[in-house]
Design a protein around this ligand. Sequence first.
Ligand SMILES: Cc1cc2nc3c(=O)[nH]c(=O)nc-3n(C[C@H](O)[C@H](O)[C@H](O)COP(=O)(O)OP(=O)(O)OC[C@H]3O[C@@H](n4cnc5c(N)ncnc54)[C@H](O)[C@@H]3O)c2cc1C
Length: 396
Amino acid sequence: MDLSYGPEYEAFRQEVRDFIEANRDRAPKGAGLRDPATLEWQKLLIENGYAARTIPREYGGYGAEPDILKSRIIAEEFARGQLSQGLGGQGISMLVPTLLEMGTEEQKRQFIAPTLRGEMVWCQGYSEPGAGSDLASLSTSAKLDGDEWVVNGQKIWTSTAHLADWIFCLVRTEPDAPKHQGISFLLFRMDTPGIEIRPLVDMTGAANFNEVFFTDVRVPKDQIVGARGQGWAVANAILGHERDSLGNPDATLSRLNALIELMRHETIDGVPVIEHPVYRDRLMKLQGRVLAMRCNDLRVLSSRVNGTGGTGLARLINKLQGTELRHELEGFAVDVMGEIGLAYGDNPYLRGHGSWQNQYMYFLGLIIGGGTSQIQKNIISERGLGMPREPKIQKG
Ligand SMILES: Cc1cc2nc3c(=O)[nH]c(=O)nc-3n(C[C@H](O)[C@H](O)[C@H](O)COP(=O)(O)OP(=O)(O)OC[C@H]3O[C@@H](n4cnc5c(N)ncnc54)[C@H](O)[C@@H]3O)c2cc1C
């Protein structure tokens, strides 16, 4: 098996490496979403074609012809250099590709460029207290009143709602239609009167998600993506992009490289942890699984390059494997640090600002967010392996 991409692409790889080395110091170090350093870095990446690479220039992207191998090389090199490949989040990773596929021209022009620049932050209003895995049971309603939708109801687990400028939100517009056909996909500002946000503290100690209440929230009629009652198709397009972004094998590879460095520095009785056979054994097992994920990703890649298709199953595996593997990898790093692994908050002995402990807990959440592991297994078995579908309760 030849895993090299050929001379033209290796020259491109060198270009990316040179960029990384020349600009490494400008990369933000754990800075927040709105931090000027983060926004500057994002701008630099877009200008050089390392973020928003194939998004047309008229929508604020770099405008390159799609070349899957070049995109792949960029991802690999940024992971290798342990450098941020710019902003992600629900706006950039999920809404932008969906708007490109399904938005109107006006929506593309209004929303994509500021989202890519990090100036328009989005949150995702899907889950409700009575609708999580069974999302189509959602009951937040939107009724048309003249030129406006009037939204009432509640969302829950809404990540970054407290930071977001806008929300993409699933609402029920046809209460009498079968449940999958009565849903619409609305976009509206988070400072619209009638929206109340209540933070929910998660196990990391931070309030990363929220409850969001809507009381007579008025939304212009044309702020809908797709046709009225056809929001389920838009919702599913978003979920596909979400699954891809949550199980990212490049980010996992980057963390594996950081873990190896950590194991070289931490010691047990004066000997680096990486030389300890029990820890090496655990590292090898994790490394094997990270490489298996990378091969899975290459399988998807080569099928996309050759246009052979048939990678449905390989893509579905990503979210399930990626989030569970990442949780284990971060947990292993906590073990590697021994008693320092138990430190948290502002403890002066923390390694990497406590990111290992934080990510260990955060990725436990991501095993649930974007569809739980159990639901991913259902999808893999039914759509990927063609096994019998589970009984639909609503059909008796
Ligand atoms: C960190 C995090 C961030 C999130 N961010 C967002 C966000 O930004 N926006 C948003 O809308 N939502 C968000 N969510 C919510 C997330 O999408 C839901 O938690 C998830 O879909 C599960 O729904 P639920 O919590 O209602 O659990 P339930 O659906 O009630 O599931 C409870 C348990 O039953 C199992 N189960 C349910 N149905 C089946 C089945 N058919 N077969 C087998 N097992 C089943 C589930 O796997 C789970 O273990 C986030 C969640 C987390 C943890």
